[in-house]
Write a protein that binds this ligand. Sequence first.
Ligand SMILES: Cc1cc2nc3c(=O)[nH]c(=O)nc-3n(C[C@H](O)[C@H](O)[C@H](O)COP(=O)(O)OP(=O)(O)OC[C@H]3O[C@@H](n4cnc5c(N)ncnc54)[C@H](O)[C@@H]3O)c2cc1C
Length: 428
Amino acid sequence: MTGLPRAGQGPVVVVGGGVVGLCTAYYLAEAGLAVEVVERSGLGSGVSRGNAGWVCLSHSTPVPAPGVVRYALRSLGRPDSPLYLRPLPDPAFVRWLWRFWRSSTPAAFRRGYSAIAELNRDTFALFDGLREAGVATTLTRPGMVHAFLSPTEARHHLAIQRQMADDHYPMPDDVTTGTEAHLLDDALSPRVRAAYLVEGEGVVDPEAFARGLGEALAATGVKVHEHAEVMDFRTAGGRVTAVRTTQGEVPCSAVVIAAGMRSPRLLHALGHRLPLQAGKGYSFSVDLDPAPRHTLYFGERRAVASPIGDTTRIGGTMELSGNNNRLDWRRIVAVALASRHYLGRWFDDPDDLVSLIRDPWVGGRPFLPDGLPVIDRLPGHDNAFTATGHGMLGVTLGPATGHRLAEYVITGRRPDVLAPFRFDRLRH
Ligand SMILES: Cc1cc2nc3c(=O)[nH]c(=O)nc-3n(C[C@H](O)[C@H](O)[C@H](O)COP(=O)(O)OP(=O)(O)OC[C@H]3O[C@@H](n4cnc5c(N)ncnc54)[C@H](O)[C@@H]3O)c2cc1C
């Protein structure tokens, strides 16, 4: 193929300065290519900002899992449910749900999981490489405690996770139950009756990680255009020759569209449809005493807590209610209430939350209906690529995505590990 960036035709332009775009720009620049990043706002200001920062192997699964649709249907009209579906009279949304449902068979789930696990295999090595190259990744690996109110749920969960890990990474043999369970992390409440620790799982401060990547890019001479929105592309003979931004044109030898939830409108400008829906999630920061030392997963309520900087970030919910960034305070309260089962009574009255929490935040996880990202060259365009749809896994998979996609852009050959993330799988 002749999709390689050609000398003398300008830099590779990466559209989107979220974790996926920044990692891709990093590996392209590391390989010696001229690179420019165009970001409509500030680097790391999209959904890469307020997330839980997990970098993990044990929770890296596609969302369309067996039973998830039944679970979602039970949430109809219950905005306090961890997975909340608000049906929209929009044919694209209905089509997306239909395809999501079809992707939640055990066989499709296993295929999706294997594809993600394969891509994820080098994740921690890549984070180590970034750190050794001087990038302030902020990664620590305190391990992840899975906490449950019921031993039955915990055992069920561990059995599934052990099966998926398949000895590729260490999982505990059994669940700690009874009064010992909450001792796995100082922050857990005695109401936690079953828990297990998956050692080695990591966490970053996502804003600081994006900053670190931005600084590394600047140090290698990558030009970053912030507050410049890409509106359109100039094309000639099946190649993109320039991106048109609100600050003018940037000529390019190749383009990578990594614009998160806004990728579909850019892909549309190149003649492609991408069925992306936002899986809205919420987070906020709070000072807990004692604060968690590990990342925490609250099993029955599917909420999470992460030690980030010197504070605790609590997050959760998956809201399929259209592509908007409206913050619904009831969902913040629902996440806080869910966490109280596991962390103890850190507030008495939901009204107290206004003064206790900082930075209430909502972000739309970019989701394709089969729960896998798309990391590919665009059909019909020699030098246009895209990487988006990372759903719940953009921080974990950012470096692996960037590393493999850079290889694809540079060599023109799709690495085998990216085959499950092809664009053309989304056609039917
Ligand atoms: C509550 C919550 C918790 C999460 N926790 C985790 C976690 O623990 N671990 C994990 O791995 N993932 C987690 N995620 C998911 C993770 O945040 C996303 O998968 C990831 O941030 C996606 O990154 P991105 O670069 O694709 O998108 P974004 O971060 O949204 O980046 C896209 C960028 O493109 C820019 N852009 C858009 N359009 C244009 C344009 N036309 N021109 C120029 N720029 C443009 C945007 O401004 C934005 O900065 C969580 C998400 C949520 C909501």
